[in-house]
Design a binder for this molecule. Structure first.
Ligand code: COA
Length: 179
């Protein structure tokens, strides 16, 4: 657990979840999915049950190349990051992550704080030496954030999402971790 005071005075808490967070994590995911077109799901698409979410939490706790970080303000989940690596030995050094923050908290450096925490965790743990992500080309805020933290562009994937009758491309980006 880590507490950071934001510029506006709010106290941000970064926590790894316990199974008791499962129901709140589902409510959070449904809410954030409806707030933005930049995730792979909307609220209706997020159909995970509390039992399934509990299993995801336990899996992340038991694998050394997995991490979930919850960002909370006043005990409410306002952001979530999860990264997981493969169990196969040829690719278990690669982690793929997703991050989201509730819209009312965008632009307060919370994304920067959460990603920096994830990179520090990867360096300290030493199990992941490559972090990959894909991000919609249109998601300029996220692309800028990843570039600023050192992620490199590695390619473009076409037809990665279908929204409003149109296919959208994603950038593939990656960060090599050397501790
Ligand atoms: C992407 C996301 C995680 C960023 O989180 P955040 O807390 O707003 O990020 P930060 O405040 O740390 O940094 C955002 C950066 O974007 C910049 N930015 C803000 N609005 C922008 C805009 N319209 N265009 C370009 N850059 C913008 C900010 O200036 C800041 O950079 P700076 O610190 O160099 O000034 C958050 O917006 C989010 O959850 N979006 C919805 C889900 C999502 O897109 N997830 C990523 C999927 S790959």
């Amino acid at each position: 657990m880590k507490e950071i005071e934001l510029k506006n005075g709010d106290l941000l808490r970064l926590d790894e979840p316990s199974v008791n967070d499962a129901a709140d994590m589902i409510s959070y995911a449904k809410k954030v999915g409806d707030e933005t077109d930049n995730l792979t799901f909307d609220g209706a698409d997020f159909k995970i049950t509390v039992e399934q979410e509990e299993a995801v939490i336990l899996k992340h706790q038991s694998e050394n190349n997995h991490l979930i970080l919850l960002a909370k303000i006043n005990n409410e989940i306002i952001g979530m990051l999860s990264i997981s690596g493969s169990h196969r030995k040829r690719c278990k050094h690669i982690g793929e992550f997703g991050i989201s923050i509730l819209k009312k908290h965008w632009g307060k450096q919370i994304g920067t704080i959460m990603l920096t925490e994830m990179i520090t965790w990867a360096k300290n743990e030493g199990h992941l030496t490559k972090i990959n992500l894909s991000v919609l080309k249109q998601n300029v805020r996220a692309v800028k954030l990843y570039e600023r933290l050192g992620f490199k562009h590695e390619g473009v994937r076409s037809r990665a999402s279908f929204q409003g009758g149109k296919y959208l491309d994603t950038y593939l980006m990656g960060l090599e971790i050397d501790s």
